[in-house]
Design a protein around this ligand. Structure first.
Ligand SMILES: [Zn+2]
Length: 122
């Protein structure tokens, strides 16, 4: 990749972030914030999402990005991961998260297995 200033980044962007699968048209657009959550939070169509990138060494904020909440996608996940384990994890997390968001259930009332699901999802 010598001579390509973003060689490593572009190589990584063609592979699934999770399983490393690569190939033409293998990657899908994954919603960073799931549509069910945006609807549940009753966010307006022009809602914005802040993303900060910080150095793990210094804690210094290196990059500030603003995204449209309803169209913030990430295209580095293969369809097998996106439609497989990721969908399964989200389906398991949703019924745990909704009562937490609505304050119908306390966070400290989660069973260890529920906390593990939410931790993996988030
Ligand atoms: Zn994958």
């Amino acid at each position: 990749m010598a001579g390509e200033p973003y060689g490593e980044l572009s190589r990584m962007s063609r592979e699934c972030l999770f399983c490393g699968a690569a190939g033409p048209r293998i990657l899908t657009n994954e919603d960073v914030s799931p549509v069910w959550l945006l609807k549940h939070l009753d966010l307006s169509g022009d809602d914005l999402f802040f993303q900060g990138v910080a150095s793990s060494a210094t804690g210094k904020l290196l990059q500030r990005l603003i995204h449209a909440s309803w169209s913030f996608n990430q295209g580095s996940v293969c369809s097998t991961c996106n439609n497989g384990w990721m969908t399964g994890l989200e389906s398991a997390a949703k019924p745990i998260l909704e009562p937490l968001i609505d304050k119908r259930r306390p966070l400290l009332g989660l069973a260890p297995a529920e906390a593990a699901i939410v931790g993996k999802w988030g």
